[in-house]
Design a protein around this ligand. Sequence first.
Ligand code: GAR
Length: 225
Amino acid sequence: MQRIAVLASGRGSNLQAIIDAISTGELPAEVVGVFSDKPSAAALQRVAPGLRWSADARAFPTRDAFDADLADAVAACQPDWVVCAGYMRILGDAFVSRFRGRLLNIHPSLLPSYPGLRTHARALADSKREHGASVHFVIPELDAGAVVAQAVVPVHADDNAEALAARVLAVEHPLLVAVLRLAAAGRLAEHGTTITLDGHPLFTALRLDSAGVLHVPDDPESVSV
Ligand code: GAR
């Protein structure tokens, strides 16, 4: 059984999607810890008290000091995968190197477009017709790691940032679960800047279809994974 540690700063709906997929048997894994930089994060309440770790990042003298405590706590639960699911604090190089290759993030944009914050408002300001979410391996550069899979949603003419965020969030949940199913099955790996799926380099991010299945885009047989 694969051991998943989740980092979250807020509501935790992506964490809940993981928990739900585990409870239905869709995702053969267990959540071994939920870690937050915000002790009041609602995400923490979604798991048993023994699985929660939090510390107020603002009380630490430096980013590295907080990250060191966080990394020790995460390492102590011996995770196979560390998933940033709405974790809103930049992870320092030391944290990333310690967990590199098993560190994933879900980001609310079609990377490489819109790294960073306010992704929905920025997509609207640019009159984008499509927007979405990406799951990528974390590297020291913000939101710049290799993208495993994306889900696309349309942008409607009358959208505001909240409406668009809600449409994106609805596809984030199946996207994250689908990628974690690949990860838990041992099918996904990061080698430097390249991702492999079943041992073969993945040159294009997988795409989530409306049935929640991942596909290799541009593949003549549209391989499902
Ligand atoms: C999600 O939309 C996630 O993609 C985003 O925060 C939200 C968390 O929602 N993450 C980032 O913006 C990371 N840069 P949740 O707490 O309900 O899962």
